[in-house]
Design a protein around this ligand. Structure first.
Ligand SMILES: CC(C)(COP(=O)(O)OP(=O)(O)OC[C@H]1O[C@@H](n2cnc3c(N)ncnc32)[C@H](O)[C@@H]1OP(=O)(O)O)[C@@H](O)C(=O)NCCC(=O)NCCS
Length: 207
């Protein structure tokens, strides 16, 4: 059977795979994007249009602006992003969740991107609103995402990267079992220039 493989890997998109895909095409999008429960009453849920103001406000925070260089220009653009998130789930290329208190108040964002179903690999990213920081929101959300992705969803490896100067993000990664694999020198541009980036990953079966 011909499997569609990622064009980004440099192959023809209709080339046959010589190995079984880690996650068959359609396995994720067969159902709706799941809601994921995390410790302490957190619920990760898909974004709703009514979240646009708080999402836009998050990107006025200097820390989020510094570490996340792709920023929405308006609430209208946030709503366009929410539609892109919906399409990403349908196309199995990524997923973005609002990290909420029981489904209501938004505390942060966590996302999967760069999904490669053939290899069962995806990247993770997160931010937490300033008022909600320091209470374990990011680490509980990343743990919940990891448990689902490396379990029920069938991924084998999740990775994330952050600037070597972002100590909070490094601590979240390590606390959630994402081992430090190395430093990618001069790999990303932030407002103050190029940064070295830590690469972390958690693999199915890691503690
Ligand atoms: C990084 C960020 C997501 C952490 O969110 P959070 O909910 O406050 O993180 P947690 O409360 O889960 O903290 C997890 C660990 O990080 C540590 N930590 C939090 N902020 C820290 C800081 N500024 N410096 C060092 N460690 C820090 C906590 O102490 C905790 O470790 P501990 O349990 O051993 O004490 C949040 O600070 C943020 O949104 N920053 C701006 C955007 C950003 O950096 N995104 C990541 C880009 S890669």
């Amino acid at each position: 059977m011909t499997q569609v493989i990622a064009a980004g890997r440099g192959y023809d998109v209709r080339s046959p795979l010589s190995t079984a895909p880690a996650i068959p095409t359609g396995a994720l999008s067969a159902g709706p994007q799941p809601m994921l429960s995390a410790l302490g009453g957190l619920l990760l849920r898909p974004w709703e249009l009514s979240d646009a103001p708080v999402f836009f406000a998050a990107y006025q925070d200097p820390e989020i602006r510094h570490w996340h260089t792709r920023q929405p220009a308006s609430e209208d653009q946030v709503r366009e992003w929410f539609e892109q998130y919906r399409q990403a789930w349908a196309q199995e290329t990524g997923a973005s969740w609002a990290v909420t208190r029981g489904g209501g108040e938004v505390l942060g964002r966590i996302a999967m991107g760069g999904v490669n179903l053939d290899d069962g690999v995806a990247g993770c990213a997160y931010w937490v609103l300033p008022a909600a920081r320091g209470a374990g929101v990011a680490s509980r959300a990343l743990t919940a995402l990891s448990v689902w992705a490396l379990g029920e969803a069938g991924f084998h490896r999740l990775h994330l990267d952050h600037s070597t100067r972002n100590h909070a993000s490094c601590r979240v990664a390590v606390k959630c079992g994402f081992l430090l694999e190395g430093t990618k020198r001069s790999d990303a541009v932030h407002s103050d220039g190029r940064h070295d980036m830590h690469l972390h990953a958690r693999i199915r079966g890691d503690d």
